[in-house]
Ligand binder design. Structure first.
Ligand code: ADP
Length: 399
């Protein structure tokens, strides 16, 4: 059996795909379909001969996935020649039903469908890719890897909102957490860098991409995380607000006549870095801040202040912390965000070494001084590789 896995990661209007060797993590090809459901769409495919770009409308995820398969045929590598062993699907919401990856069958499809109310933008896109891939590859095992699964170890005192108790059973209202595949990958890599088994280390991991969240990971198990019922709670993100006063919705509705849809859209799409500064991309915010732009400076400060609050809170949750770990686009690439969010925490044993922090290295590395009580690490995430590894582990167990 080969280690080749086709990894599919569908967002609400996008589809990322990658042909990954689960043993080495090498990607033989990858691509991105954007603006699905809009009047014009774009597919970019990176194959053995470089990148190719196709512009055409993609009415839904099925047409996007079929076009991606066409790109493999025309730009390579041809999928029938690579000996695919599985298709791995990232599925955003597995509710409290899935605490591990699972083989796709009719029951799984029904379960993921029943969870659509909890992830109305994402689970339908994931389901569309699952159904299409089952038709395209009827003889291949398909594995669903859930973003929420890693956080199913949260204890009740961490996942329970202080709300009427029947809301949990009747409405499934509780904290779930997301970015699970990234946390699983990064926790193992961080433990390797620390030279200790993952079961023996306590980590605060900060996944800072377009979406951002934090997790407290005790001995490899998630015990607290900043996203909750949905990926809106917690840290400041590119376009999402993160934490706000829950009375905000009632206030906007009563005083300003806003509808639930208006408020939901504003908090998810027009808030976060974009809301404060006008820019959702952290590189642009950083550039404008360097030029003295006051709104970009405020956005950066609010982002880092929120991070620092979560680091302090998760320190208290864990009691003992071996490392604070930065990952994803901002975490891996912004020395300024790392330094600002951890400044002044020496009393907690946390310090950033300026030379290491700003150095040109790229891989998993220490950015704290050698004598720090708590290591500060930068660990690149690789969600596609994690999905491929988890998919192959399930397939091998079944074989
Ligand atoms: P996604 O959540 O879409 O996977 P990524 O993990 O790719 O996102 O992170 C995207 C974010 O990382 C963007 O805000 C981008 O500006 C930021 N980023 C990428 N490179 C840099 C950099 N060199 N400096 C600062 N921010 C960066």
């Amino acid at each position: 059996m080969s280690d080749s896995v086709l990894v599919l990661n569908a967002g609400s209007s996008s589809l990322k795909y990658s042909l990954v060797d689960a043993a080495s993590g090498a990607a033989a090809a990858s691509g991105l379909v954007e603006q699905i459901g809009e009047a014009s769409g774009v597919l970019t495919h990176h194959g053995p001969d470089g990148a190719s770009r196709t512009a055409q409308p993609f009415p839904g995820h099925e047409s996007a996935l079929r076009a991606a398969m066409q790109a493999f045929s025309s730009c390579g590598p041809p999928l029938d020649s690579v000996g695919l062993s599985a298709v791995g699907h990232r599925v955003v919401h597995g509710g409290d039903r899935f605490s591990a990856p699972a083989v796709v069958d009719d029951d799984l499809v029904a379960a993921v469908t029943s969870l659509v109310p909890l992830a109305p933008l994402h689970n339908p896109a994931n389901l569309s890719c699952i159904e299409t891939a089952r038709r395209l590859f009827p003889d291949l095992p398909q594995v669903a890897v859930f973003d929420t699964a890693f956080h199913q170890t949260l204890p009740p005192h961490a996942y329970t909102y202080a709300l009427p108790s029947d809301w949990v059973e009747q409405l499934q209202i509780r904290r779930y957490g997301f970015h699970g595949t990234s946390y699983s990958f990064v926790a193992r890599s961080a433990a390797r860098l620390l030279g200790r088994p993952v079961e023996e280390v306590n980590l605060i991991v900060l996944h800072l991409g377009n979406g951002a969240s934090a997790a407290a990971i005790e001995g490899g198990r998630s015990v607290e995380t900043s996203m909750g019922l949905s990926p809106l709670e917690g840290l400041v993100m590119g376009t999402r607000s993160g934490d706000v006063d829950p009375a905000l919705h009632a206030h906007l509705h009563r005083q300003h006549g806003w509808s639930v849809e208006d408020i939901d859209r504003a908090l998810n799409r027009d808030s976060g870095l974009k809301g404060i500064s006008g820019h959702n991309d952290f590189r642009e915010v950083s550039q404008l801040r360097a030029e003295g732009d006051p709104r970009a400076t405020l956005a950066f400060d609010v982002f880092c202040h929120r991070l620092r609050k979560y680091v302090g809170a998760y320190y208290a949750v864990l009691g003992t912390v071996h490392a604070v770990v930065f990952t994803a686009g901002v975490g891996e690439n912004s020395p300024a965000a790392r330094a600002a969010s951890l400044a002044g925490l020496q009393r907690l044993g946390i310090a950033v070494d300026p030379l290491r922090n700003e150095g040109p290295e790229r891989g998993a590395r220490f950015v704290s001084p050698d004598d720090s009580d708590v290591a500060v690490l930068v660990v690149p995430t690789n969600e596609e590789w994690e999905i491929a590894q988890q998919a192959m582990a399930v397939v091998r167990r079944q074989a």
